[in-house]
Design a protein. Sequence first.
Length: 226
Amino acid sequence: MAKLFRAAIMGPPGSGKGTISKRIAQSFGLQYLSSGHFLREGIAAKTEAGLLVKTYVERSMLVPDHVMTRLMLPRLEQLSGHSWLLDGFPRTLGQALALNNLYQLDLVISLNIPYETLKERLSDRWIHPASGRVYNMGFNPPQVQGKDDITGEPLIQHDDDKPEALMARLRHYKDVAKPVIDLYKSQGILHSFSGTETDRIWPYINSLLSTKMHTQPSDTCQAQTP
Ligand SMILES: Nc1nc2c(ncn2[C@@H]2O[C@H](COP(=O)(O)OP(=O)(O)O)[C@@H](O)[C@H]2O)c(=O)[nH]1
Ligand SMILES: Nc1ncnc2c1ncn2[C@@H]1O[C@H](COP(=O)(O)OP(=O)(O)O)[C@@H](O)[C@H]1O
């Protein structure tokens, strides 16, 4: 059996984590887990956890580590036979250490995108709240203005994507992400990508993953099996 592959993608809000994750999941068959999506799902369903995290998410504040690990780690346990890609988790050193206690990541992708680009993208980002499908009025517009392509339901804008919330989010992201990035750098699994366009970054990520996923040790063994 091919070795399981475990990866995470990091980057500030609007850096393209969701867009790139979707391409990775489609091209490489990894299960995709987005912390933001799970949080919003809980809030919409008014679950106990959803009510607990609502004020944090609405104010773009980080949900406490113990709540995030309780939300994310059991989902990973359910995926024990699968390769996966995490988006939005771990976001703090506490979360990264909790994850490290259970799983060794094979690869972490870090996206470095200039502030002006993030600002432009997020002011144009619209989502379908029920599914988490993301649109951008310039980059990937919906077929019908303001409506989800699959369900036809209305699209909304996150309050935390509006310019007044954005600067604080980005500053906070940098402070909190630095020790996490340093940890993965020290483990030799961090790969950083810079640029202003997802379509130009994607071929590099695609080729990195093709190489990494096809040079896993037990893949080699499998190839030698008659
Ligand atoms: N103009 C433009 N928009 C992009 C590009 N890549 C992603 N987007 C859009 O920018 C917004 C943020 O991307 P998303 O993947 O949600 O970022 P995340 O917050 O890091 O998950 C979305 O509306 C995307 O459709 C790009 O290269 N150019
Ligand atoms: N790992 C996490 N730790 C703490 N809070 C989180 C985490 N992931 C998501 N959140 C909360 O959910 C919100 C939305 O997250 P997400 O959808 O990943 O969007 P973005 O990448 O645009 O910040 C964040 O502003 C934060 O309040």
